[in-house]
Design a binder for this molecule. Structure first.
Ligand code: DP6
Length: 368
């Protein structure tokens, strides 16, 4: 290490977007390694919005690993953070920053501590996959800092140890998380099905109905589902494998009708599986009455619109929180969709409107 070692700090900043599953991951066959019961497919959002920015730094002056999320220190003692840190540390290689005169050898990394500062530009744990962007970003930034020469797929397998859905955020565009067969998890990783340019007329509109933390975390919810739901077993073995093949075809051919039909059906089955859990999980209704009716009305609005048009115009998908993700077939449809949403659910006051359109992705905030 460099002379006067107490004085130097080396840092790396990375930015990672979140992803939205269109064929859902729900259920683990191994909780420690985070191995899923089925494959899943997601769309990664525009990197400029709904993303996590993480700065990781290392210095001999740091006496322990520490982390801050949105400015507040959080504990790193959880097994998930420790797994990611351990996996990247074990792959660390020599780093030589000539400008700063810093030399860190593979051996030094075992003794050095890191500080991590992470910031989400969207509500944490409100069902908007904050852990997906968070762990993907953490693993990516650490791999750069420690010069771990792994490709994106290998990094995705490490990010998976932080949060399952995080493995899909290592890539842009359309991404598949292959569940893998190996019980050690070496083949449970993400691959890119198509890059972000492949189907760029799609527009994702997110109605952030509630930015409050969800009642049941995905981890606890999934555990209960695996233990109690027969419907999950049917879904994982019989339904999802066929759906994955059809979804890959739909993405490859930019076939919006199939894409929308598969995404909506899969979202509905995911929530049916949650209801089939003992005790039942109500992700869509676990909110105020007004907000719950808003979510249900969005489904009927989209269903009616699609039926009247003769072919799907918009797809909906709902994750583990009271927010609606709507995917419009193109920009014109997206504009119409936002108009319809505002007409059907007028904001209570100006302050409520809080709606903004960002590049190709529109976000309608605080609708209820
Ligand atoms: C409903 O990845 O948050 O969003 O692996 O326990 O951290 P853990 O769960 P997480 O679950 C995401 C579930 C989902 C569906 C999906 O993203 O595929």
């Amino acid at each position: 290490m460099a002379e006067e070692s107490q004085k130097w700090v080396l840092m790396v900043t990375a930015q990672t977007p979140t992803n939205i599953a269109v064929i859902k991951y729900w259920g683990k066959r191994d909780e420690t390694l985070i191995l899923p019961v089925n494959d899943s497919i997601s769309v990664t959002l525009d990197p400029e919005h709904l993303c996590t920015t993480t700065t990781v730094s290392v210095s001999p002056a740091f006496d322990q690993d520490r982390m801050w999320l949105n400015g507040k220190e959080i504990s790193l003692s959880g097994g998930r953070f420790q797994s990611c840190l351990r996996e990247i540390r074990s792959r660390a290689t020599d780093v030589h920053d000539k400008e700063k005169g810093i030399k860190i050898t593979k051996k030094d990394w075992e003794k050095l501590n890191v500080h991590i500062a992470s910031y989400n530009n969207f509500p944490t744990a409100a069902g908007l996959a904050s852990s997906a962007a968070g762990f993907a970003c953490l693993v990516f930034a650490l791999s750069k800092l420690m010069n771990a020469n792994e490709d994106h797929s290998q990094l995705s397998a490490i990010a998976r140890r932080g949060s399952g859905s995080a493995c899909r955020s290592l890539y842009g565009g359309f991404v598949k998380w292959i569940m893998g067969k190996d019980e050690k998890g070496t083949d449970s990783l993400a691959v890119q099905l198509a890059d972000e340019k492949h189907w760029d007329e799609l527009v994702i509109v997110i109605a952030v109905v509630s930015s409050q933390q969800k009642e049941t975390s995905s981890t606890t919810g999934m555990r209960d589902t695996v233990e109690t739901s027969l419907l999950l077993q049917h879904r994982a073995k019989e339904v999802v494998p066929k759906r994955i093949l059809k979804m890959e075809e739909a993405i490859k051919n930019r076939d919006f009708a199939s894409f929308a039909q598969l995404a909506c059906t899969d979202s509905n089955q995911f929530h049916a599986v949650c209801l089939d859990t003992c005790p039942p999980i109500f992700y869509m209704n676990d909110t105020s009455h007004r907000q719950a009716s808003f979510l249900n009305l969005i489904i009927s609005l989209v269903e009616k619109w699609n039926r009247a048009a003769g072919t799907p115009q918009v797809a909906y998908t709902f994750d583990a929180g009271p927010n609606a993700v709507l995917i419009a077939r193109n920009r014109e449809t997206a504009a119409l969709l936002v108009q319809k949403l505002l007409f059907c659910f007028p904001p209570k006051s100006d302050a409520d409107l809080n709606s903004f359109v960002l590049g190709d992705k529109s976000i309608l905030k605080d609708a209820g």
